[in-house]
Design a protein. Structure first.
Length: 90
């Protein structure tokens, strides 16, 4: 009802040129194709800047970054509007 989801996982490591990230695929009623995005980590700024997929997002790349919080990380996915999250055409 609120649209809030929470999950627990281990923070992934670096893979080749790619910074640590979590791949997210969103489906919902009314979305005809799943939406694919990534969640990167704020404390990996140097690695993020070298990640070729992160760099594709250009000035909108900050919409992919989860903020560090006392209990882990927090990330908001926005489906529309000025600060909409970047989704990838895969």
């Amino acid at each position: 009802e609120t649209g809030i989801a929470r999950f627990e996982t281990l923070k992934p490591g670096t893979t080749g040129e790619q910074a640590p990230h979590i791949l997210v695929w969103i489906t919902a009623r009314g979305i005809t194709l799943g939406l694919t995005t990534r969640i990167y980590f704020a404390d990996e700024a140097d690695r993020n800047a070298q990640d070729p997929v992160y760099c594709l997002a250009g000035e909108r790349a900050p919409t992919l970054v989860a903020a560090r919080t006392p209990g882990g990380y927090r990330h908001t996915i926005r489906l529309q509007g000025v600060s909409a999250t970047v989704f990838f055409d895969v």
